[in-house]
Design a binder for this molecule. Sequence first.
Ligand code: HEM
Ligand code: HEM
Length: 218
Amino acid sequence: MKLRVWDLPTRVFHWSFAAAVTAAIVSAKVEAFDWHFRFGYAALALLAFRLVWGVVGPRYARFAGFVAAPARALAYLRGAPHDAPGHNPLGAWSVLALLVIVGVQAVTGLFTSDDVMASGPLIDTVASGTADLLGRLHRFNATTVYAIVALHVGAVVFYARVKRKPLVPAMLTGDAEVAMAAPPARDDALVRLGALALLAACSAGVWWLATLLPASAG
Ligand code: HEM
Ligand code: HEM
């Protein structure tokens, strides 16, 4: 039977986040730093949104609902069945890894400089040695971002091809085919409106970090 698993805000978050992260990588590689900063800020605002949505959002988007104990993730890896809707126990950990690794990338970017023409907005709010360290972390962690994204997309392809369990349709339409009866995720107008207000607040927060905070500090 079909069940609403991913509410619209979570789906919009996913595809916007994937686009922002990809665009941030491409723009950094071609050294279009104006654009790199814009996409980086977008990724940061979306990330902040997802962290709060993981606490206040509908059931399958909640971290408390999908973060299984490591023992359950190991058992799943060894073949234990998982019929409940939402991220599977292993997938939940990879979601957290994606959020943390991209989070480190977006935050360290605020303190990073290429020593020529582009400096993150918060670079002067910390000691130069600290900024140097965070900049090195930004360059080093870029490789970790590539690895976790490759692993993520590889896992989605593996599920579709090998396990015959396509995951992409549910991330597009919101509905997944489930084996057991379960309550649907709330996805009504009020939930969507709340998400919009939350995203606006997160964007305002990032705007404050990028413009007002450096002006008041400097
Ligand atoms: C998800 C968000 C982000 C991703 C995926 C990302 C990714 C990257 C990548 C791949 C590079 C090139 C690293 C290299 O080839 O050595 C880079 C460089 C850089 N990033 Fe980001 N970045 C993000 C956010 C930000 C933000 C928010 C800022 C500042 C507002 C920023 C500022 C910089 C700067 C100044 C460089 C140049 C470093 C150098 O040339 O030494 N980044 N970033
Ligand atoms: C830079 C690229 C990407 C990033 C950073 C990314 C990040 C994420 C994150 C954070 C989630 C968790 C969703 C949530 O609970 O909020 C997720 C789930 C998912 N992503 Fe991506 N994603 C990327 C690219 C892609 C691509 C290209 C595809 C399709 C081929 C894809 C397919 C999916 C699917 C199907 C899920 C749900 C998995 C499940 O059912 O447990 N992602 N992704």
